[in-house]
Design a protein around this ligand. Structure first.
Ligand code: PLP
Length: 429
């Protein structure tokens, strides 16, 4: 019988195999047919410490029999309070910049971004009601960005085949060119010029654009982007959905630039990747603009599962791991291991443009049809599956983003498969 399940980002018409996973531990996925896969992309960039991390699994089990779910409009619970305080303590800080002081929960990266946009426009709307500013609504974005798949998140992302069907629903944004090597100043100049038109906010993926192709840009550019926004009174939103929780070598990517955003979206690794939860952090002025005795000014956003207690308990356990274990040391060791193996791989003529930021590594396959729809992607995917690897190339870009517990032998297996892929597909037109 064919399955009734409709999978995301899956072309069912190609009848590609859809492996069934029955168990996961550390960096390994155990398949129904008895095989195993090394999870080279942290199951869509969410699994940080490793699958079924014991402290997080235990916290979920405990919470599930104590308090599972609670309406979060004007009610609260201890795990949500603990995580909010922890997030504020751990959030990026810098001398002379307002601190992130408030936490709004949601349940995915896309919703964390939607909330960020709604906070930004709500801020300007409420200031305008008081005659303190003009209402602002335009959003500036970086070329090649990805912020999620809901309508608002798609609107602020790169337009392409993945959102073409919904173009009529997407709102217009101002696009700032990506600061590719040699183009940094052009990017900053474009931002400066766009800020003069009084947009509401500028949203960026800090230091690395993920789904846009693992495109890296330098910390001083990020710092200068934030400074330009501050000079013009434009809200600076950091989407740390992919970059957060150590992926780039620091807990949050903004730390490397000494930037405290006005609004910051986090999700994915907030629970160590065990269960969905997201949070949007905001500075006091954003929160205060919504505080009033007038009920019409409250922040109109919610979903049924906002701050689900089981998810918050998982996040609390994750925060405890970050506080009590040497996660950053583990990450630095992993980053070194990746760098050493990547250096050997780059000598292969099948590959170009090697790049790495923390635990994220990417390399482009030299291909005649480079781009998201490159024919190589599905062929590489099934090649890696045959070699015991979960890797999911972005077109002709192969990237690696493993759980931090992946060991040296597993890394060797991954890089041997990358080398074999170079041998097999590099010679073909
Ligand atoms: N923002 C960024 C930078 C992302 O990489 C992603 C997902 O990959 C999202 C937002 C959307 O997150 P989610 O898939 O949890 O909705």
């Amino acid at each position: 019988m064919t399955s009734p399940v409709w999978h995301p980002f899956t072309q069912h018409g190609l009848n590609e195999p859809i492996p069934e996973v029955v168990r996961a531990q550390g960096a390994l996925l155990h398949l129904a047919d008895g095989g195993t896969l090394i999870d080279g992309i942290a199951s869509w960039w969410v699994t940080t410490h490793g699958h079924c991390e014991p402290r997080i699994a235990a916290a979920i089990a405990r919470q599930a029999s104590q308090l599972d779910q609670l309406i979060f409009a004007a009610y609260t619970h201890a795990p949500a309070e603990e995580v909010a305080s922890g997030l504020i303590d751990m959030a990026p800080r810098a001398e002379g910049q307002p601190e992130l002081a408030h936490v709004f929960y949601s349940d995915s990266g896309s919703t964390a971004v939607e909330v960020a946009l709604k906070m930004a426009l709500g801020y300007w709307h409420n200031l305008a009601l008081d005659g303190l500013a003009d209402a602002r609504s335009r959003i500036l974005v970086l070329e090649h960005s990805y912020h999620g798949d809901t309508i608002g998140a798609m609107s602020i992302g790169e337009r392409g085949v993945y959102n073409a069907a919904w173009t009529p629903l997407l709102f217009d944004v101002g696009t700032i060119p990506f600061p590719a090597t040699g183009q940094e100043q052009a990017c900053l100049d474009a931002l400066e010029a766009a800020c003069a038109d009084k947009p509401a906010a500028f949203i960026v993926e800090p230091l690395i654009l993920g789904a846009g192709g693992m495109l890296i840009y330098p910390a001083p550019v990020l710092r200068e982007m934030a400074a330009i926004c501050r000079r013009h009174g434009v809200l600076f939103i950091a989407d740390e959905v992919m970059t957060g929780w150590g992926r780039t070598g620091t807990l949050f990517a903004c730390e490397q630039a000494g930037v405290v955003p006005d609004i910051m979206a986090v999700a994915k690794g907030i629970t160590g990747g065990a269960i969905p939860l997201a949070a949007t952090l905001a500075t006091a002025p954003i929160f205060d603009a919504h505080v009033s005795t007038d009920r019409a000014r409250l922040f109109y956003h919610s979903s049924s599962y906002t701050a689900n207690a089981i998810a918050c308990a998982a996040a609390a356990a994750n925060l405890a791991i970050w506080r009590e274990e040497d996660v950053l040391v583990r990450i630095a060791t992993l980053a070194d291991g990746i760098a050493m193996r990547l250096a050997r791989l780059t000598t292969h003529p099948a590959f170009a443009n090697p790049r790495q930021l923390g635990t994220i590594m990417a390399i482009d396959f030299v291909a005649p049809d480079a781009g998201y729809l490159s024919d190589l992607a599905p062929r590489l995917r099934s090649f890696f599956l045959e070699h015991g690897l979960l890797l999911r190339p972005l077109g002709n870009t192969i990237y690696l983003m493993p759980p931090y517990c992946v060991d040296a032998d597993q890394l060797d297996t991954i890089f041997a498969a990358l080398h074999a892929a170079g041998e097999k597909f590099g010679a073909q037109p």
